[in-house]
Structures are given as C-alpha cells and as structure tokens.
Ligand binder design. Sequence first.
Ligand code: CP
Ligand code: NVA
Length: 327
Amino acid sequence: MSKKHFLKLLDFTEEEIKNLINLSAKLKKDKKLGIEEKTLIGKNIALIFEKTSTRTRCAFEVAASDQGAHTTYLDSSGSQIGKKESIKDTAKVLGRMFDGIQYRGYAQKSVEDLALYSGVPVWNGLTDSAHPTQIIADFLTILEHKGKLKGIKLAYVGDGRNNVANSLLVGAAKLGLDFRIVAPQNLFPEKKLMDICYKISEKTEAKLTFTDSIEKGLTDVDAIYTDVWVSMGETKDVWEKRINSLIPYQVNNKAMSYAKKNAIFLHCLPAFHDLETDIGNEIFKEFGEKELEVSDDVFQSKNSVVFDQAENRLHSIKAIMVSSFNN
Ligand code: CP
Ligand code: NVA
C-alpha cells in the first residue's frame, strides 16, 4: 500500500519507501523474465515537462507502455501551461482527461497544486527543491550493490542544497543511513530541512553529518554521490562562483581514495565529466576546467554504477505509478 501522490519523500513513511524499492526490484525482475503483469491497461498519463529531461521522460514513457498505459507529452513551448493558463486551471483540465499526471518544473508549489486541483495521482519528476523519484532508483542501486541500506555510509559531495541533495537527505534520514553532505557551508541544505531530518533520524537511527571537510565526510564510506554544480533553472552567471567554491569537491581518484576500496560512485546524470557536451565545452573555454563534479576516470571506473542508476529510474518510476493506482 502506498499513497496516491508522489510529491516529496517527507510525505512517506520508512515502510512505504521500502515497499516502493522492493516493488521496483520485483518489476525489474519480472520484466527481465518476461512475466511482467500489466496493471495500467487503458490509463492515460500526462507528462508535463517545463524543464528538459532524458531519463525521467523516457522512464515514464517506457514504464507506462510496459504496463499498458498511454502517455501524452506536454512542454511549455507547445502548451498553454504557465503563459496563458495557471497551474490550477491546467490541473482541472488535465484531471478531466487523464488518470495521472507527471510534473517536472520549477516550484514545488506547482506540483503540490496539481495534486490539489486535478483529482488524479500526481508524480514529482523534479522541482527546484526535490527529486524524489530519483532517490527510489538510487536506493535500489545501492541495495543491489551493497545488499542493504540501513547503516550504509553514503556521502553526497558538491552542491549540498540542490533538489537531489535535499531528497537524498530525507530518504537517508527515513531509511537509517549514515549520510553525509560534504560541501562548503554556504551550500549546506536549508536549516529547516536539516532540523526536520535530524528529528526523523532520532527514530530511524540514521546518522546525519554536514561537513565541509572532504576527509571527514568521505573516510571509509560505502558510496559517493555527486550531481551537477549548477542545476536547471539557475542562471548562467552562477557558474563562476560555483566552480570556484566546488573545484575542491570534485569527485576524482583522490576523493575516492578516502572511501572503502569497493565503494561505489553514483550520479543521477547528466554529468560533466568530459568535453563531449556543448555546455562542457563552453565551461572549458571560459574557465579552463575539462571535468567538473566528477573526473572522467572515476565516471568510467569499475566502481561507477551510474548506468545501473539510470536503468533503475525505469523500474522505480514504474513502481511509483503502479502503487499510486493501487493505494
Ligand atoms: N536524473 C534525471 O532526472 O535525468 P533527466 O534530467 O535526464 O530526466
Ligand atoms: N540537480 C540537477 C538534477 C538533474 C537530474 C538539476 O536540477 O538540474
């Protein structure tokens, strides 16, 4: 049993999050064995993307198709959303036509309003402050490689107050991990969220650490996670400041050497690890850095599980949709 909407991990109990991870693993296995049962036949799903996406969009589309549902993609350029029609009115319209809505965009309030006014299940495919579907895939990946979640030492390095960091923090607090955010102090999560998570950790025995020390944060960890230094929706002019403060926090071989020998490397992707992207090239021309949040050798190493994570977006998003309709 789960909840109707999937808006943020704070809304879920430890048990509910574990159930979603377990269902993701089951659906993954069933698909590979060719015995997946279609439980969403005839459902229509709207996919709203105000920001770009590869994994999240593809995961929703393939998951829906695997389960017998149909999807409709809406972005801000080809729809009325935001420019001519409010989120509230859009919610009421889509709720009349669709059985479920995925939203990726800016304000967390938008996804909460869609849930409030549409009357159908709503899933958060990323906002400025949260990326909850990502964390179900990440935890499934850690479970597959490390065999457990409770007590696992996981360090998130870099922009410690972005959507991925916030959601990882909540997930880790709920599931009892030994979780560290390793970042300059001005990039720690908001104090309010840290306090909420400390409170959660009292019950779950999670251990939470916020530190600007690489050595303290990474020594003996089972897993190191990083994400881009500038997120979608942030302006270009923050790059310089962010690069200057985060270069010491790049996940490279030196950073990995603090961790356990068999530590895994995680990244939600997309990643700036080489010069094979337009933005990567622009940054190189302007600031002279070839690799940003992760070095190419760590990204390509045998410890890197980033493509397992990417695949697990499919299975976990499927689990989230299936659970919403069976709540
Ligand atoms: N990790 C993730 O959300 O990827 P996309 O931006 O490609 O959806
Ligand atoms: N923090 C990143 C995550 C992308 C999946 C962003 O919001 O751009």
